[in-house]
Design a binder for this molecule. Structure first.
Ligand code: NAP
Length: 321
């Protein structure tokens, strides 16, 4: 399970280091091995338990207790840890990053990563932040699977001096992991993801907590009648608290801007309900329905592959939206 390429095919990278081996890191290991994209995969995880699991599952040939050791001699280093620790991990690795290597990440926020990691990138190392728009509400090294990135977008956000050949090599890597690749600035990424991902997660966390604190509705009623829409919010709100805390701390401006717009639109809906304005409600709901159709037509409603749910005997209701 360690050498990932077939004998007649030269892998895209000789040595890939996964810094963090949770859902995304382990999925990358599966996807890399599926297509033989690396000669060797090594990794770093913070806890001894995750390191042992990663070895047991054959996700990595070697696993190290420090990021610096894992990065040594690697030609692709992928930060797969929460956004808030990426700069510290990059600083730890600085001395061991090999000239010509590509250092990227998978964090859900890009402006803060580009800004905070850049000072620790030595000359000759190509730094290209990235973000696969693919995930589930599950965490840890056992949650990963090879098809997570299939048909999903991966956004690369090169910094001003990123090398064109390195960007193309990383694009090819993600394409061979199954993704479609788009390139944009870190700030634009953060604005787009604020409305498509970050604010929806905030709404889910908030509505679940509001329901939990209701005084005139019992907990058992909330659970019993959850199929009325609430259940889908609870799935999103089951996402990892550390990851999402870091997202909101690091994408503050874009999230606050989108929340402002959201609140204005919510007030409009509130007024329409208060004044019995059925025409406005009907028009807004019709417009929203059209967006749903566009997403399905763009093939972005496939969610997590059926394979994942089958393997875990889960219903597709568990899918991340
Ligand atoms: P995860 O399953 O919770 O795994 C996180 C990994 O990072 C674990 O190996 C963890 O080690 C390690 N880690 C945590 N804190 C660390 C620290 N202080 N120093 C070193 N390692 C540390 O998380 P994930 O879902 O893979 O998310 C990883 C990154 O992907 C995040 O930046 C997130 O924004 C991004 N992302 C997530 C999704 C998603 O849906 N989950 C989608 C796209 C992008 P231990 O296991 O030893 O604690």
């Amino acid at each position: 399970m360690t050498s990932t390429s077939s004998p007649d095919q030269k892998p895209l990278f000789d040595r890939v280091a996964l810094i963090g081996i949770g859902l995304i890191g382990s999925s990358l290991s599966h996807a890399i091995r599926r297509r033989g994209l690396a000669g060797t995969i090594v990794g770093h995880a913070r806890s001894a338990e995750t390191r042992a699991t990663a070895k047991r599952l054959g996700l990595v040939a070697e696993v190290y207790a420090t990021a610096a050791e894992a990065a040594k001699a690697a030609d692709l280093i992928i930060l797969c840890a929460p956004v808030g620790v990426c700069a510290d991990l990059t600083r730890e690795m600085t001395q061991n990053l090999k000239p010509g290597a590509i250092l990227t990440d998978v964090g859900s926020v890009k402006g803060a990563i580009a800004r905070d990691c850049a000072p620790y990138i030595p000359a000759g190392v190509h730094f290209i932040p990235g973000h696969p728009i693919a995930g589930t509400e599950h965490s840890g090294p056992e949650a990963g699977f090879a098809t997570l990135f299939d048909g999903r977008w991966c956004i690369l956000t090169p910094v001003p001096d990123s090398d064109t050949a390195a960007i193309e090599k990383l694009r090819s890597f993600w394409e061979q992991c199954g993704s479609n690749v788009d390139v944009m600035t870190p700030d634009h990424h953060d604005l787009v993801l604020a409305i498509t991902s970050h604010v929806p997660h905030l709404i889910a966390y908030n509505i679940v907590n509001t329901a939990a604190h209701l005084e005139r509705v019992t907990d058992s009623e909330v659970i019993k009648f959850s199929a009325g829409g609430f259940r889908d919010f609870t799935r999103i709100a089951a996402s990892d608290p550390t990851m999402w805390r870091d997202v909101f701390l690091n994408n503050k401006d874009a999230v606050l801007e989108m929340l402002g717009r959201f609140s204005e639109d919510l007030t409009m809906l509130q007024r329409a309900i208060r004044f019995g304005d059925g025409d406005t409600l009907f028009q807004l709901f019709t417009d929203a329905r059209a967006v749903r159709r566009d997403i399905i037509q763009a093939g972005q409603d496939t969610g997590v592959s059926a394979e994942f749910y089958k393997a875990r005997s889960l219903s597709p209701d568990h899918k991340k939206g």
